[in-house]
Design a protein around this ligand. Structure first.
Ligand SMILES: *Cc1c(COP(=O)(O)O)cnc(C)c1O
Length: 412
């Protein structure tokens, strides 16, 4: 038997031991004073490294901060617990269904989830349950939560190559489909990849599945649209091939709530064909609901926050924000290029990839980095003043002649 160390008197003789009450009192000063708030204000003012829309105020949502709001169980069924907002959750889901081209809402199911990651995990689970001998296919630019979901669910994950822009390589996709044509295929495609902001050619992949004679019963297609499933539907002139829409033979779509929508807590939305949710549902009398969600207790504050954003901003607000962000992203890229820096900026994307600046600049603007590269995402709160400040720091921090690591391909 392994002896576990107790947190009793033994722990106190440990030189690293910090008495909980002294820790609490220092933290409490920070918490009650302006220190933590100031830190958050500064961080928010300079942030451009993650795809978070920080331009929200959540005024209505914060009124309910003192309640435990728990959308326990299936959103369509509810539970015995009274402090819940399942009705608003259904409205949120319907809103997303409209944006994602659902014609018959009764044929679809959805829920507000804990994050884009939960959406992906649950989608892969729905796919696994729908198919015989399933295997997950995702591109090398797919979010790490997809291979992780496959690992957790005990399914093989085949990685498909991507091209210079970061899109799934259709040639390699066809090869993989052909090699695994006897198995159930859980195909995960991305609308706005994490690092390069690329859009997989959804229609192209579906055509290949048809071409290779993979029947509907042998495939499950999920679109991970964490960021751009709430960007590209609002832009004009977007190529239909990359649009996350249930007009096509897609089984589920997910997005994060704290990305383009803008909520004060991490959350997400998942919409799937109802048959998939029904397949995994089992009735649990204890909660008086159906067990169709990964989490039993689910964050009702997140539903309120998304609902507040959808209703206050409206489709017009999302359209305005998406168009303005795209415009600023284009100018930002042009400015970097005018100073001789290579930039990758995919069409209809808010993400810019460029050579990584000094550590100070990386830290101040909270940039996500990948080797020699960094990326910035032009969200609604990343205004021209922030971009100008960043450019000043970026140029000041760089040598006279910009170093050009293996980023010439960025011009692709
Ligand atoms: C951010 C992201 C995720 C994960 O979303 P979380 O809400 O952070 O869990 C999944 N896929 C893509 C493409 C992302 O960019």
């Amino acid at each position: 038997m392994v002896e576990t160390e107790s947190a009793g008197p033994n722990a106190m003789s440990n030189p690293d031991y910090i008495a909980l009450d002294s820790l609490t009192s220092t933290r409490m000063v920070e918490f009650q004073g302006d220190e933590l708030k100031d830190k958050f204000e500064t961080a928010r003012k300079n942030h451009m490294g993650y795809p978070y829309n920080l331009a929200f105020n959540a005024a209505m949502t914060s009124r309910f901060g003192g309640y435990l709001i728990n959308n326990l169980g299936d959103p369509y069924v509810g539970s015995h617990y009274g402090t819940e907002v399942c009705d608003l959750e259904i409205e949120v889901i319907k809103w997303a269904m409209n944006i994602w081209g659902v014609q018959q809402q009764d044929d679809y199911w959805g829920s507000v989830v804990a994050s884009g990651t939960e959406g992906n995990l649950w989608a892969v689970y729905l796919g696994r349950e729908a198919l015989v001998d399933p295997v997950v296919i995702c591109s090398e630019d797919a979010h790490y939560s997809l291979p992780k979901a496959a690992r957790i669910l005990g399914i093989d994950c085949i990685t498909c190559a991507s091209n210079a822009k970061g899109e799934i390589c259709l040639k390699d996709f066809r090869k993989i489909v052909r090699t695994h044509s006897h198995r159930g295929l859980v195909v995960t495609l991305t609308c706005g990849t994490t690092i390069r902001g690329a859009h997989d050619n959804i229609a192209g992949c579906l055509e290949i599945l048809d071409d290779e004679a993979i029947p509907q019963s042998q495939r499950y297609v999920h679109v991970d649209g964490a960021l751009n499933a709430l960007v590209v539907p609002f832009l004009d002139g977007v190529n239909r091939d990359i649009l996350p829409t249930f007009d096509m033979e897609i089984d589920s779509i997910s997005a994060s709530g704290h990305k383009m929508i803008g909520t004060p807590m991490p959350c997400g939305i998942l919409v799937a064909r109802r048959a998939h949710a029904d397949r995994v549902a089992s009735a649990i009398s204890y909660i008086r609901s159906n067990d169709t969600t990964l989490m039993g207790s689910r964050n009702g504050h997140a539903t309120l926050a998304i609902w507040e954003r959808f209703t206050t901003l409206g489709v017009d607000g999302f359209r305005r924000d998406a168009a303005a962000c795209l415009e600023r992203a284009k100018c930002f890229a042009a400015q970097l290029r005018s100073h001789g820096f290579p930039v990758l900026h995919n069409q209809f994307s808010l993400t810019l990839v460029f050579p990584k600046p000094s550590d100070d600049v990386v830290k101040k603007y909270q940039l996500a980095c990948d080797g020699d590269l960094a990326h910035a995402i032009v969200m609604p709160n990343v205004g021209n003043d922030l971009i100008d400040r960043f450019l000043q720091d970026y140029l000041a921090g760089c040598a006279e002649t910009p170093t050009r690591p293996a980023v010439m391909e960025l011009q692709a």
